[in-house]
Ligand binder design. Structure first.
Ligand code: ADP
Ligand code: MG
Length: 352
């Protein structure tokens, strides 16, 4: 167990790290952020900041030696250099979770033997391979980069085989997926303790706009409600198989034929931000509790319902109007520049 007062290392310097650090501070921990970017909204609320590259082994080792445990808020941290972190201190969740979640092909291949059902998919290495994939799986579909995609970036929709002409030159490993005709989207959010104790939050229904999460609503629709047991069973198997410690998010499409696996995130997740006010224990606090070996907090709903809206780009300028409703809980991440499509904050409302 890592007692309060110790230092927790966070790899990545964005809003997820910031909210993890705030939760850690409430429990009496200090946080140390490691990120390559000189401006870090997570470091702004932390005791220490190391600004260095993901491949700077000396800096990583120095950082790790000052932390009782290291976790991450960004799942695309290169895995290989983390060996020096693991040699110096505890790293939670394990690297294996990163390895699987960083590559869409590894992720789908990992869940299929456990009964997970992704959309039909095929790896794509070049244009000829894409033509074969479209021929086999059919169109419409989505071409995605295997690695480094987020918020809908690195994706091309292929509505008819002729759209192949609009695809940029293929210089990276890709995957082609059939377009899922879903009724709704939802996520399973769980926390697993070092002792194997697993708890689930209520699953939010998630609405995306141009590939970016716009709104999470709890409780989800009845159709999603009827698919949560199956989705949770898969998420639980993933967590057990990875001997996972911390918060894990798994995204699903709710279809007429049941839940279709989309992707997983080995970290706290945007669709869980509602838990800060809307659950008895937030995803951020329970992640900290899990990686420090503390007993987990109750994930039950703290209200009849919850709605979380992301503030994207210019939405953040509305902060004054948002605050004029005393029931709104406003979270701004402190990002200096507003850019279109950039997550600037979120606002949560409880249904009491
Ligand atoms: N195969 C698919 N069928 C239908 N919609 C999809 C598919 N893949 C992605 N999407 C839509 O795009 C969003 C973002 O895609 P996702 O694979 O989750 O990438 P990211 O890593 O950017 O979150 C999804 O939440 C969903 O709305
Ligand atoms: Mg996603």
């Amino acid at each position: 167990m890592i007692p309060p007062g110790e230092t927790i290392g966070i790899l990545g310097g964005g809003q997820l790290g910031r909210m993890l650090a705030l939760a850690a501070a409430n429990l009496g921990y200090r946080c140390h952020v490691y990120a390559p970017e000189p401006e870090s909204i997570a470091a702004d609320v932390c005791a220490e900041f190391t600004c260095a590259g993901w491949h700077d082994l000396a800096a990583l080792e120095r950082f790790a030696s000052q932390c009782a445990v290291v976790t991450y808020e960004f799942e695309n941290v290169p895995v290989e250099p983390l060996a020096v972190v693991r040699a110096a201190t505890r790293l939670q969740p394990h690297c294996k979770a990163l390895e699987v979640a960083q590559d869409r092909v590894a992720e789908k291949s990992f869940v299929e033997p456990m009964g997970g059902r992704p959309a039909p998919w095929a790896p794509v290495a070049d244009m000829a391979g894409l033509a074969i994939a479209i021929d086999t799986i059919g169109a419409p579909g989505i071409l995605k980069t295997r690695r480094d995609g987020y918020d809908g970036k690195g994706q091309w929709r292929i509505m008819t085989p002729a759209d192949i002409d609009n695809v940029p030159e293929i210089d990276r490993a890709l995957v082609y997926e059939g377009l899922v005709r879903f009724e709704a989207e939802f996520s399973v959010l769980l926390v697993r303790g070092a002792d194997g104790d697993v708890r689930f939050w209520d699953s939010p229904e998630n609405r995306h706009n141009r590939g970016i999460l716009a709104r999470s609503t709890v409780p989800a629709s009845p159709l999603i409600g009827s698919q949560i047991a199956e989705a949770r069973a898969l998420a639980g198997k993933i967590a057990a198989e990875l001997d996972y410690v911390g918060v894990l998010a798994v995204e699903f499409f709710a279809t007429e034929a049941g839940p279709v696996f989309n992707e997983m995130a080995p970290r706290v997740h945007n669709s869980g931000h509602w838990t800060i006010e809307g659950a008895l224990t937030s995803q951020f606090e329970n992640h900290i509790r899990a990686i420090c070996g503390l007993p987990l907090g109750d994930c039950a709903l703290a209200a009849r319902g919850v709605v979380m809206d992301n503030l994207i780009g210019d939405d953040a300028h509305d902060w004054h109007q948002i605050l004029s409703d005393p029931c709104n809980h406003l979270h701004l991440y402190g990002k200096a520049a507003v850019r279109p499509g950039r997550k600037m904050g979120h606002v949560t409302r409880l249904v009491l």
